[in-house]
Design a protein around this ligand. Sequence first.
Ligand code: FRU
Length: 326
Amino acid sequence: TPPERHYTIGLSQCTTSDAWRQAMLAGMQKELSFYPNVTFRLKDARDNSTRQQQQIREFLKEGIDLLIVSANEAEPVTPVVEEVFNRGIPVVILDRRTTSKLYTAYVGGNNVEVGEAAGHYIGSLLRGHGNVLEIQGLAGASPAVDRHRGLVKALASYPGVHQLTPVHGDWKRPSVVQNLPAVLRAHPEVNLIFAHNDRMALGAYQVCKQLGLDHRVRVVGVDGLPGPHGGIQFVQDGVLTATLLYPPGGEEAIRTAMKILQHQLYAKENVLGTMVIDSTNALTMKMQTEQLANQQQDIRRQQRLLQQQRDTYASQQTVLYGLAVA
Ligand code: FRU
């Protein structure tokens, strides 16, 4: 067999500081462990679109065989991603889109669908009557735009559910803790808050609790991560009424990238599904994700054992060879 070609994959990440992105990276690294012929390079834009442009330029200079990118904001990051694509370097868009059709493949959730699923859940939870306050993700990031569109679309079929002017968030908890109290004081009619992710949803819950509103205002988030500080646990603890699953898709991104690099068949749109996680299924979700984590740990243990056996075998071969030449 011919020697395997070596590839360099560059990941331009809008940020790496939250648990969702860390879960994404863990998924990528797990999948990458099957490809010793791949060098993986990560640049973290730390929530700054200008920095992300520069970092993608750096990737171009340094040389990469494929770019995976999650665009901090769609508009400003689009031209440089188009430039990469136009130079013949395949581009995999992961979760946060650009505004362009010039990319090789997309991996991630359908955020209009996420917003729609949230809207229908909220509409029936409120039995068709109530006031909804939306806390949006960073303005100009494609998931924030799409989740909003989906929500509006779904709530259109519940004429008794009113939407207040949305609050602009930045995907992070502190801004919510800071800005929400004034909004809730001005709008005591709010029955439900839909935050574009679980971190902001947690902030909303904390504010409601502080204002003594936690029994009157329900909170719905997005992401549904496993683990003690993830959305599934928040639902279990009654902090959130529900969260919409938004899978990070790290494994799928690497699988798609490798198919492209190895000239295999691949899908251009790789859409990961969503679902509502609420009190009716949170325990099941929790048990399933824990079981998965245990299985992954077992696989890592087996891999270590195999490696030890290979090392032992290699050293025995050396001894045998030494005896043979003696
Ligand atoms: C993580 C995150 C998630 C959110 C996604 C949207 O960085 O803010 O919480 O669902 O990005 O791109």
